[in-house]
Unconditional design. Structure first.
Length: 102
């Protein structure tokens, strides 16, 4: 089986994440689509969970398709609120108002 994750793929994903503007969010699927891997949203999540090993990236701006925050990452909500992102409830970003239109 061919290795799916390599350094080039990791940096492709992280370079897209770096482009998400302050006050906006993108979805894992949206990022996967932008790098030409429509069906690899989970792979994007895996890369982002290890992003700290590659530098500083605004991974807090990535949520699931429904706007749900990453489970267990309490700081994500605080970081998004600081940037002016609005929420539907405690754990869901208002995607209509805040999704990155790339």
């Amino acid at each position: 089986m061919k290795k799916i994750m390599n350094e080039q793929l990791i940096y492709e994903i992280l370079s897209v994440v770096e482009e998400i503007p302050k006050g906006k969010v993108a979805t894992y699927g949206q990022i996967a689509s932008l790098i030409g891997r429509d069906k690899n949203a989970r792979l994007v999540g895996k890369v982002l969970s290890q992003a700290e090993f590659y530098g500083r990236y605004p991974c807090h701006r990535v949520v699931n398709h429904a706007g749900r925050l990453a489970p267990g990452w309490q700081e994500q909500r605080f970081l998004l609120l600081e940037e002016g992102v609005s929420f539907k409830d405690e754990n869901h970003v208002d995607m209509k108002e805040n999704q990155w239109d790339c």
